[in-house]
Ligand binder design. Sequence first.
Ligand code: C2E
Ligand code: CA
Ligand code: CA
Length: 666
Amino acid sequence: MKSLKSIVIATSLTSLTLVVTILIGTTATIYYVHQTLGEIEEALPITLARQERDAGLLISEVSELVYAVHMAQSNPGRNEIEAVRGGVEKIEKHLEKIRESYSFNDLIGASAIHATINPAIFDVGEWITHGIYNFPPESPQTLQLVEQRATDANRDAQALYQEAADTALQILSLQSYRMGRFRTITIATLAILSIVSAVLVFFIIWQQHTFHALQQSEKQIRFRANYDPITTLPNRPKFIEHLSEAVAQSKRTGGLTALLFIDLDRFKNINDTMGHDLGDELLRQVGVRINECVRATDMVARLGGDEFTVLLPYLPDEMRASLIAREILENLSRSFLLQGHEVYTSASIGITLCPGDGDDARTLLKNADMAMYRAKEMGRNTFRFFTSRMTARASRFLELDKDLRSALKQNQFFMEYQPIYDLKQNAIAGVEALLRWRHPEKGLLAPDTFIPVAEETGFIVDMGLWLLQRACEEAVIWQQGGLETRPYLAVNISMRQFKGGFGREQVAAILEETGYPAERLVLEITESLLIEEDKRIYYTLHDLRNMGIKLAVDDFGTGYSALSYLRNFPINLLKIDRSFIRDMVEDEGDARLVETIISMARGMGLTMVAEGVETVEQRELLRELACKMVQGYLYSRPVSPKEINVLLHEEVAARLPALRSTTLIV
Ligand code: C2E
Ligand code: CA
Ligand code: CA
C-alpha cells in the first residue's frame, strides 16, 4: 500500500509539472511571435508611406529639372543654366539622403520593399546626373540631351515606382495572409494544448480519486479486520487480543479481570420473524445498551451472531462483575424500538474471572461460554459465574446425549402418573404423565437430569412423540373397566418439540392409533412458549385447541408471569408453580400473590391447578382461595401405570355409596 501511494504521488507530480511547463513555454513563445508580428504590421504601412513620399518627391524633382531644361533651351542665359545645375544638385542631395535613411535593414517587410524600390530610384538618379555631367550644360545639344534623359527618367521612375508599389502591396497581402495563418495555427495549438492539459488534469484527478478510493477500502479492510460492521464494536480477534493483554496484566499484578459472555435469548426468533434488517438494528441497539453499563476502560465486543462479550479489567472484587452483569440484564430488558415495533429481549450471561477460571484468553472465553449456557438452563435472563464443576458437567452432558439415543431403542424409558385432584369433589380429575429413565448403570433418573439435554440436542422431538403415544396407550387401558369418572391425561410438551414440528398431524395420528379421545387430553406447555414471537406456534396451539385438546400453562409464576399473554392464547388451565405453594403458608406475600393469580385467572375463565401440595395447611389455604385443583405428594407421588389404575378404581370403590359421575369441565 505504501509503495502504491508513493507511485501515485510521483506520477501526479510529474504530470502536473509537465502540464505547467508546456503551458508556460507555449504561451511565452506565442506571445513573443505575436508581439513581433504586430510590430511588423504596424511598421509596414509607415515604411511604405515614406518610400512612396520619397519616390513622389524624386519624380517631382525630375519634372522640375525637365522644366528647367526647357527654359534653358529657349533662353540659354546664365540663370537658366544655373537652374538646371541646381535641379541636378537637388536630386543628387536627395538621393544621398534616401541612401542614408534606407541603409537600415531590420524589418523583413520593409527591406523587401526597400530592395525593390531603391535600385530603381538610384538608377534613375544616377542616370540623370551622369548625363548632365558628361556634357557641358551650356550647349543646346546637352540641354536637349538632359531634357531627353530627364523625360525618360521621369517616365521610367514613374513606371518603376508603380511596379515597386505593386510589389509592396503584394508583400503586404502575403504578410497578412501569413499572419492569419499564424493566428489559426496559434489558436489550434492552444486548443490542443488545453485539451492535453485538461486530459492531464483529468488524469491527475482520476488518479487522486482512485488513490482516495484505495485508501478508503484500505481503511475499511483494517476496520473489518478489527471491528464488527453492524455494531461497530470490536470483533472476536480484536477482543481476544485485548483479553490476552488483560490476562497478562492480571498475572503480573495479581489484579482481578472479569469476562462477561452475553448471549441474547431467542434472538433467532426475532431475526426469523422480523427480518434481518430489524435483527441487525436490535444488535446495534443492544451494543449501545451494554456499553451504557460499563466504564470507559472496559471493552464491549461482538463475537458474532447474538454473542457479545465485555472485558472488565482492574476490578476491586467479583461482586462488581455481578453488579455490572445485573445492570446489563436490566438495561436489556427494557423495550427496544425497531422501526416502530416494540420488541423485548433478554440475555443470559456467563462470567469468568482471572486469575481463577483460566490461564489464557481462550480458556477464559470457553469457560464463560459454558457459564452462559448454565445461565440459559437456569431459565434465561440471568447470569452465572463459571465453576469448575461446569467442566465436569459438560462432559457428562455429552455422555448423556449418547446414552439417550440408545435408551429409546433399548426401551429404557417409561412413564409414571401423578393424580390431580378436584378439591371440591375430592376426586381424581386428571393424571399427569411424567417421564422416567431406567439407566442401565446410573439407575433411575429423574427427568430434570436428562430432559434439558434432550431439549438441547433436539432428541426430545422424537422422544416426545414416543411418550405421548405410550401415555395415550396406557390411559386407554385405565379408563376402561367400569371407571365412572373419566380423568384427563396431561402430557408435558416442551418448547423444543413445537419447534421440531410437533402439531396437529402428529397428535391426530397418535390419537387415531391409540383410540384415545382428544377431549380428554391436556397438553402442558410453559409460559416461555407463549412469548415466542413465532406465529407458527400460535397457529399450532389454535389447531390443537380446535381438535378438542385442552392446553395448560405449566409452572406459572416462574417465568414471565404475564397474564396478558394468556389472553391471546386458547388456554384452559393454569398450573401455579410449586415454589409459591411451598412458601404460601409462611409467606404472606406469596399467599397474596397466589390469591391474585387465582382471582385473575378465574376472571379469564381459566381453571387453576396448584402444584406441589405437600401439607394439609397448604390444601386448606388453597381451598380458602377457591383453587379448583391440587396435585402433590399429599395426595400421591407419581406412580406406575399399574398403581394409577389401582388408585383410580380404588377411589371409585371407596366412593361407591355416593357414586356420582363427575364429568370434568375444564
Ligand atoms: P412438572 O411438569 O412441573 O412436573 C411436576 C413435577 O413435580 C414432577 O417432577 C413431580 O414428581 C413433582 N412433584 C409433584 N408433586 C410434588 C410435591 O408435592 N412436592 C415436590 N417437591 N415435587 C412434586 P418430575 O417427575 O421430576 O418432573 C420434573 C419436570 O420434568 C416436570 O416438571 C417437567 O417439566 C419435566 N418432565 C417430566 N416428564 C416430562 C415429559 O414427559 N415430557 C416433558 N417435556 N417434560 C417432562
Ligand atoms: Ca407438568
Ligand atoms: Ca409444573
